[in-house]
Design a binder for this molecule. Structure first.
Ligand code: PMP
Length: 421
């Protein structure tokens, strides 16, 4: 296995079974899971409706046919996502991952606009292929600078450490809009293909821009005919609580959205939903052999039904707001925490050194170990690896939320004490 395949924890764990929001490792230790396989096990573990849908497909004897043949559940899932997207005359193409979804969206936008120029946010993460690495604004995840697209980075990503950090929401939005206009004028030839953005940056540390910011940017983009792609790989399917898609907090419908992670509740599925004319602009053949295969679409259809039938979005809103309030209370008076931010069940805790400002990846590493010791799994991210990321399955219960909050409260105090020792 490559050295660059990083594992969590000084002593990595092997997860061998799970149920609901809990997983058990090979040593028999059980954990409450607040990272859910990187926001992917959106519904949770051992969900009968999803397992049954997968088993029924397995029982037909067909694991794969390819897109050369009709796949009923793929067509039905596409219709459902097209409708949920709110995009006019929407069409859907399925892939196996978020990377491929974003590569596809970039292919569509660059072909449609006949331009290789792309705008992305600083501190973004969009994947690990050449175009998606090319639009990833985070050195820690840029394994190569080779890129088929010419990217210009704009502000609006990592607000709390950017040059506009001290501004009010309204002034921050105005500054980001001015920066966008400036970047288009000074670094592009004007005929840019698209802007792509995560409504809330995921890998970048759950950075939340002010509501409406992307809508204000869209007005500038519209004046040039530049398309907008929302990367909903982390923010989709109700995770942000207040909306089904993260971009809805910004008051407009994008030209395309990309998705993956939560849709399959762990099955390999991603895709793009785009305006019909944009989707159909490709002149050559293009297929994904495995994309939208019978197993992943059977499971994804069941997962999506579950999310909608049980209104997991409302649960994410309710429990997320309790969690963020509880965490802010817990962080008060503890200088190791410089920020608690997020929406719904997507919450980041930024950790800093004794000066209250310098990013502390060491404190984040300690936080990981201390939560693990208390049987809670959390995630980590951010440009400096100093942001703890909380994103449990959206079926989380109130009792489990309180259990995690108590552990997190204790952990903040322990890490703070060590930090100031
Ligand atoms: N976009 C975003 C916002 C992501 O968070 C990720 C994965 N972390 C990707 C794209 C890439 O997805 P995948 O790892 O499935 O290729």
């Amino acid at each position: 296995m490559p050295e660059w395949l990083a594992l969590f924890y000084a002593e990595p764990i092997e997860i061998v079974s799970g149920g609901g929001r809990r997983v058990t490792d090979a040593e028999g230790r059980t954990y409450l899971d607040f990272f859910a396989g990187i926001l992917t096990n959106a519904v949770g573990y051992d969900i009968a409706e999803i397992s049954d849908a997968i088993s029924s497909q397995v029982k037909t004897g067909i694991l794969h046919t390819s897109t050369l043949y009709l796949i009923r559940q793929q067509v039905e899932l596409a219709e459902r996502i097209a409708k949920l997207s709110g995009i006019k005359d929407a069409k859907v193409f399925f892939t196996n991952s978020g990377t491929e979804a974003n590569e596809t969206a970039l292919l569509l936008a660059t072909q449609f606009r006949r331009s290789e120029q792309v705008l992305a946010l600083r501190n973004s993460y969009h994947g690990r292929a050449f175009a998606t690495m090319g639009i990833t604004g985070n050195r820690g995840w840029s394994a190569s600078s080779l890129s088929p697209v010419k990217v210009s980075y704009v502000h609006g990503g990592y607000r709390s450490r950017g040059p506009f950090a001290s501004l009010s929401d309204a002034d921050y939005v105005a500054a980001c809009v001015d920066d966008l206009r400036d970047v288009i004028n000074v670094t592009t030839s004007g005929d840019v293909a698209c802007m792509i953005a995560e409504p809330i940056q995921g890998v970048g540390g759950f950075n939340v821009p002010p509501d409406g910011m992307f809508g204000a940017m869209k007005e500038v983009l519209d004046s040039y005919g530049i398309l907008f792609i929302a990367d909903e790989v982390q923010t989709g399917w109700g995770r942000t609580g207040e909306h089904f898609w993260g971009i809805q907090a910004h008051g407009f419908t994008p030209d395309a959205m990309t998705f993956a992670k939560g849709l399959g509740n762990g099955l390999a599925i991603g895709g793009v939903v785009a305006r019909g004319d944009l989707m159909d602009c490709i002149g050559a053949n293009s297929i994904s052999t495995f994309g939208g295969n019978p197993i992943s679409t059977a499971g994804a259809r069941a997962a999506l039904d579950y999310i909608l039938d049980h209104d997991l979005q409302a649960n994410a809103a309710k429990l997320g707001s309790r969690l963020i309030t509880g965490l802010r209370d817990a962080a008060a008076g503890h200088s190791v925490v410089s920020d608690v931010r997020g929406k719904g069940l997507m919450i980041g805790i930024e950790l800093v050194g004794p000066d209250g400002r310098t990013p502390s990846p060491a404190a984040a590493a300690r936080f990981m170990e201390e939560t693990k010791a208390r049987h809670l799994l959390v995630g980590k991210g951010g440009l400096y690896g100093n942001v703890i990321r909380l994103a449990p399955p959206m079926t989380l219960t109130e009792e489990e939320n309180e259990e995690a909050l108590a552990i997190l409260t204790e952990t903040i105090a322990v890490v703070d004490k060590e930090n100031n020792a």
